[in-house]
Design a protein around this ligand. Structure first.
Ligand code: ADP
Ligand code: MG
Length: 348
């Protein structure tokens, strides 16, 4: 594993260009809020907007998006729709991650004191394998009425993601990594993932390592989440566990996620929702996408602007300016306006 993720060099004047993939549903409106807040705060970042037509039956748009991310190194992303259900047309979200080899997805899930939730003071990091497992997209109907789906687990990718989790623990003063799996049933595939995480754990004697079956993990997360520190898991279990933890902390509108490879990084809302049902109504929670944008600024080294916007977001949430998903009355617009007011105050 490379010790340091490469960060794109800034252009003249310290500006960065990042690829913007608005995606479908609430994606475009959330991206507009990001642009508005960035421009208000004077963030030295330019966006290269890339639209992917969900109805296209070819991959021209997708290829262009990949080229753009390769060029810029970094993207901010909404959830892309794949409207075609033809077996040949793969999910563009999955294709992007696979093509760019973004082998790890990281969600740092920390409670906001101002959000009403079932549990307080949760701080869990989810480290999820992001390019294989049940998302190999290798399915076929072998005979009429019988569908087979391949779950692919490789030692190379299991080791990369396990190393990432333990290195993360070491660098961030974390104490424990829990490997989440179903190796009691899927003895070969999940067995390999578990075995490799145990092997990697031996290189980190200061960090406790345990493991837990996915079904028990879901129960434990709901009843006693404070036992978890870092969760290391495969692709599909990671998707489930991420949604459970985001749900515990306040839902789809709050937390951000990062997709890392050795060369590129994509930032996006943690639960990867499209939010089609709430699009264009001025009710979507803009926070998750703004948090993703803040993570991106930190990654690019724009620490001042990252903290400025982060503080404004935290003040807004903790003073109770909440959209409906958090039990509040505020519109998306009101949340964004409040954030900008706090940015202005910080400059006054
Ligand atoms: P949809 O069927 O609308 O695409 P999703 O699967 O994308 O739904 O999202 C799951 C749930 O989370 C939906 O109820 C959606 O409205 C909600 N949701 C997703 N993102 C947000 C957001 N940013 N703010 C508020 N609610 C959200
Ligand atoms: Mg959806």
């Amino acid at each position: 594993i490379k010790k340091v993720m490469p960060i794109p060099k800034a252009h003249y004047g310290g500006r960065h260009t990042v690829t913007l993939l608005p995606g479908a549903g609430i994606g475009p409106e959330l991206m507009n809020y990001v642009k508005e807040v960035f421009s208000y705060a004077g963030v030295p970042v330019d966006f290269e907007d890339v639209e992917i037509d969900p109805n296209a039956n070819d991959n021209v748009d997708l290829d262009y998006a990949i080229t753009s991310i390769r060029r810029n190194g970094v993207a901010l992303k909404g959830n892309i729709e794949t409207r075609s259900t033809e077996a040949g047309v793969l999910s563009r979200n999955v294709a992007l991650r696979n093509e760019l080899d973004l082998y790890v997805n990281v969600l740092h899930c920390v409670s906001y004191p101002g959000v009403n939730s079932r549990h307080k003071n949760i701080d869990i990091v989810i480290v999820r394998q992001n390019t294989e497992g049940e998302y190999a997209m290798l399915e076929h109907e072998s005979v009429n009425g019988v569908v087979e789906s391949m779950k692919v687990i490789t030692s190379v990718n299991s080791e990369r993601v396990a190393r990432y989790a333990f290195e993360y623990a070491k660098r961030n003063g974390r104490k424990k990594v829990t490997t989440v799996h179903k190796a009691n049933i899927m003895k070969l595939s999940d067995g390999l993932f578990l075995e490799i995480s145990k092997k990697v754990a031996k290189d980190y004697p200061d960090i406790t390592h345990n493991n837990m079956i996915i079904d028990n993990t879901c129960m434990q997360l709901v009843s006693n989440p404070h036992q978890f520190d870092i969760i290391l898991t495969t692709n599909l279990y990671g998707a489930i566990v991420s949604n459970v933890v985001c749900g515990l902390l306040g839902g789809a509108g709050l937390l951000a996620g990062k997709n890392f490879g050795d060369h590129y990084t994509i930032f996006e809302p943690g639960t990867r929702n499209t939010g089609t049902g709430i699009a264009g109504k001025n009710i979507a929670n803009p926070i998750a996408m703004l948090n993703a944008a803040v993570d991106m600024l930190r990654h690019l080294g724009h620490k001042h602007h990252a903290s400025l916007i982060q503080n404004a977001i935290n003040k807004t949430i903790n003073q109770g300016v909440h959209t409906r998903d958090l039990g509040g009355q505020a519109t998306s617009r009101e949340v964004v306006d409040t954030i900008m007011k706090h940015i202005k105050t910080a400059y006054d």
